[in-house]
Each structure stands twice: as C-alpha cells, then as structure tokens.
Design a protein around this ligand. Sequence first.
Ligand code: GLV
Ligand code: GLV
Length: 318
Amino acid sequence: MKLFLTRKLPCEVCDAVPADVSLAMYEHEEQAIPREELLARVAGARGIVTMLTERIDEEVMDAAGPSLAVISTMSVGYEHIDRSAANTRGIVVCHTPDVLTETTADLVFALLLATARQVPQAERALRNGQWGTWQPFQFLGIDVYGKTIGLLGMGGIAQAVARRARGFGMRILYWSRTPKPDVEEALGVSYSDLTTLLQTSDFVVPLLPGGDATRHLIDQHALSHMKRSAMLINASRGSVVDEDALCAALHAKTIAGAGLDVLAQEPIAANHPLLREARAVLLPHIGSATLETRTRMARRALENAVLVMRGEAPFDRV
Ligand code: GLV
Ligand code: GLV
C-alpha cells in the first residue's frame, strides 16, 4: 500500500507509519513539490498526505489512478482539494481540525496585540538604530483591554479566541450564519448582525473557512462600516478579504490598522502594496506553527490516511 507524502516531514513522525504501508515522499522540506513531479510520483498511491501548498484536483486524482482511496491534508482548511471530484471517485478527504485550535487562537491574539501596539514597527525601529530617546508620544498604539472584539464565525478557533478576549476584559460580539445560543451563554458573547458588528467593533476578526461562500466578505463596503480607530485581524483565509479595498482603506486611514497572517496569494509578491502600509502587520501564515501542534497535525494527517487505507474510519473525515 503506497502512501505518498507531498512534503518531507520529520523522521519521528514518519517512523510511526506501520510496516504494511510503503511511504514515499518528496524529499524537500523547504520547497513545494513541482507540479510535474507531483503528477508523476502519485501514480499507484492508495493515499496522499498533502498540505496547503498543493492543489489536489482531478488531474492529480487521475494521475494517482483507481487505487487512490484517501487524500489527507495536514491543515484544517481543505479548499485546495477538489472535494466534489474526490466524492465522485469515492475518495475520502481528511483534515486536521481540533489539534490546532488553541495554538491558532494564541496566534490570533498575538497578532491582535502586535497590531494594536505596533510591536513589529517598534522592534524594527530599534534594530534600525532609531531609538534615539524615549519619547512620550512615540509608537502609540491602542488599548486592547476593555475594547470590543467582533468575531466573524463562531467555530472552535473563534470560541478559543473569545475565551482569551474575556481575560482581556473585552466585550465580545460575533456574527455567524448559524447563531449558537449555547456558546453565547457559555462564553458571554453576543450575536450581532454583520453591519452592527462592523460599526461597533474595535477589532474585526474573521475566523471563517475559505472558499466561495466567504470570498471578499470584507470588501470595500464592509470596510466602510468600520470605525476609523478599528483594526482588522485576519488569520483565517486571505480570500475572505478584498486586499485592494483593504490597501485603499489603510492608505486613506479610514481604518487604523490590519494584522494579517494570511493573504490572497501566498507567499506575498515582492511588490505587494500591503508591504508599503506602515499600519499593516504581516505574517507568513504561522497560525498553527508551534513544534507541538505542527507535530500533532503531521501525525494526525498520517494516521487519518493509514486508517482509510486499511478500510477503517479516520478520525477527521471532512
Ligand atoms: C492553516 O491555515 C490550516 O488550514 O491548517
Ligand atoms: C514607563 O515605563 C513608566 O514608568 O511610566
């Protein structure tokens, strides 16, 4: 039973794969597998373990051939996998939810604090020798405690962010297609319609899956509802935000800042206009990036694949 891994993972993780599975992998950790090589090397695989950097579409499924039973991604998001094509072929799709929830919520809060307090800007200035003297009105941020946070979506990561926001004494609003009264009760969060949330939040935080249903939810119109003092914090999917509209809003100072861990196009282009916005804090998609959590995700992605390959139920079928 051949299992193809589209990126090199640490030996500790791969060694756990049982002996009846023959593991083949792209040998590099620091670069994504070229498309041609992916198509050639999946041939005959019963399972594919992949990640956000690979587009797994019909062409890849056909290249693997009729033996392919499972596509397992080391990520919670799965919009890089053509699920309807997988369905048609009876291929199971798995992902890694839950194991990254708290870690990602930590990063959302780190990004929120960093953006609110201009932490990266201040650090860059220090390194550039610009700490001439302590100044009473330099690097002024905005307070986080006591402010209003507006969460778009109320899944696991949003709930974990809400728990952190409570510790900061924040008022917590959320908008979601399906209101969750039990969560409102448990976490002290209030449902709001989208416009009111945008108009009243100091921090607008999308925590939604990618894909067509959420594409450009934060567009020029949505941004125009936000307060001039408000900030957008996005560690969900870049596709949720219309980046042209965001650049325009930052440039015109109709919002106060943006912290982004995800972008429409990753990695960011060298000439991306966001790189010129002083009030944008930009991270290279590190939401789940701790040793503990990335190791858990890698293990889980392999376990899910092996279970399906053996005809058993995986932990996390999409
Ligand atoms: C990261 O963005 C993931 O989907 O796991
Ligand atoms: C700041 O460090 C202060 O003493 O106010």
